[in-house]
Design a protein around this ligand. Structure first.
Ligand code: C2E
Ligand code: SIN
Ligand code: SIN
Ligand code: FE
Ligand code: FE
Length: 384
């Protein structure tokens, strides 16, 4: 092997090592900000640049933006500014030995940062439709030569192909998540709009459930799932006839039996979904009227047989039912609601959830103080 070949082999090995050390971190990262920083670090190591940044096109504002380090505010420049802007507009790569000899250079960035740019490389990132979605920019080659080589440009180009795919799939993921959140919200609202109750039940039950979950020390990921899934707990009410759902006053046994099918109905609507979160929500819908002592419905599950999110949603749901006006009852006074939970702890509700409620009572109950109580025609009597 010639000396030249050997050097090239060593160089390739170094690049492979870098890729393998960065890939798991990049694959595990879901936040776009952090991805940009990670991939810029990767690019900088691969081409031995002093600085490297990954700019993304923001079509709404016609700018390029980037994050250069964790915790630092994002940087923004006009979409056609400097070398990065040139690559973004034309889709061409640039290999520049001395920035100050090139009229595409935007000196303002050096003036602002008191940095001296000399050699520069830029490579556009193309999305799967062949459109420029961003630009990789490396500044100031480190080492003897001080200028980037054609090999460096090729390496940055390969890194850009890999980065483009990563950025595109991260964008798609966050788009999907936003869509999913929106659908969940719409579904929740749909079940609420059918019944003539004061608005906000869905959102209050979700908010209270999340607060209870936090107070019980659940991991952030579980709290998130609970916050997103509980708005659908009454989705099955969509299938309950209006005469039952909005009947003023007490339900007959027969009507109550119809009403009680809403939890299984909600489960059926959601359970066949391909989305994990919707299947999680299906279990909340089915279990939110189970009781800790096993006397609830539809399955009569007992204690820890009831999914945790269902046990939490049960407390939030009943808190809201008692504290708000319903078509069949007036809101109860605060002290009576509190006493009811203490009385039902260990029978209707898991004691730990009631403990979490009591420990945060003032904060959680705050949304019912000064709530309007007009427009209800009920006696305030309870069925039980
Ligand atoms: P909702 O109004 O959202 O009530 C949710 C749950 O709050 C009830 O589920 C019940 O577990 C709890 N709850 C209500 N009042 C009390 C109470 O005095 N003490 C205790 N410990 N818990 C109470 P449930 O019973 O399965 O009812 C499900 C849904 O059926 C209710 O949702 C409501 O929409 C409807 N519903 C129940 N009873 C009546 C009624 O008498 N008239 C009318 N029109 N609807 C009713
Ligand atoms: C709810 O969506 O649970 C409130 C409406 C009702 O109780 O009928
Ligand atoms: C139930 O019917 O048991 C709950 C509703 C109420 O108590 O008013
Ligand atoms: Fe319900
Ligand atoms: Fe409810």
């Amino acid at each position: 092997m010639t000396e030249q070949n050997e050097l090239q082999t060593q160089e390739s090995q170094k690049i492979l090592d870098l890729l393998f050390s960065y890939m798991p971190k990049i694959a595990a990262e879901r936040k776009m900000d952090n991805l940009l920083v990670l991939m810029a670090d990767l690019g900088r190591s691969i081409v031995s640049a002093d600085r490297c940044s990954l700019w993304l096109v923001d079509e709404d504002s016609n700018e390029l933006w980037t994050k250069v380090a964790h915790g630092v505010k994002e940087l923004r420049i006009p979409a056609d500014a400097g070398f990065a802007g040139y690559s973004a507009q034309t889709g061409e790569s640039l290999l520049i030995a001395d920035a100050y000899q090139d009229n595409r250079f935007d000196r303002r960035s050096d003036e602002k940062t008191h940095y001296r740019t000399a050699s520069v490389m830029t490579v556009p990132l193309m999305n799967s439709q062949g459109k420029v979605m961003g630009v990789f920019q490396a500044i100031n080659k480190v080492g003897e030569t001080k200028v980037f080589s054609r090999e460096d440009l090729e390496r940055l180009g390969l890194t850009a192909v890999y980065s483009a795919k990563t950025v595109e799939s991260a964008m798609l993921t966050s788009e999907l998540e936003a869509t999913q959140r929106e659908i969940i919200h719409i579904l929740g609202e749909a079940s609420e709009s059918r019944s003539q109750e004061t608005g906000g039940h869905i959102q209050r039950v979700a908010g209270i459930s999340a607060k209870l979950a936090v107070a019980m020390g659940l991991p952030a990921e579980e709290v998130d799932k609970i916050r997103l899934a509980t708005p659908m707990h009454d989705l099955g009410k969509i299938g309950i006839p209006d005469s039952v759902l909005n009947k003023p006053g007490k339900l007959t046994d027969e009507e109550y039996a119809i009403m009680k099918t809403h939890s299984e109905l909600g489960y059926t609507m959601l359970a066949s979904s391909k989305r994990k979160l919707l299947r999680y929500a299906a279990n909340v819908a089915r279990s939110h009227h189970e009781r800790w002592d096993g006397r609830g419905y539809p399955l009569g599950l007992k204690g820890n047989e009831i999914p945790l999110a269902g046990r939490i949603c049960a407390v939030a749901d009943v808190l809201d039912a008692l504290s708000s006006p319903r078509c069949y009852k007036a809101p109860w006074p605060e002290e009576r609601v509190k006493e009811e939970f203490l009385k039902m702890s260990g029978s209707q509700f898991q004691p730990e959830v009631v403990d979490a409620l009591m420990a945060n009572w003032d904060e959680i109950f705050a949304c019912y103080r000064n709530a309007p109580h007009d427009g209800d025609d009920s006696t305030g009597e309870s069925r039980r």
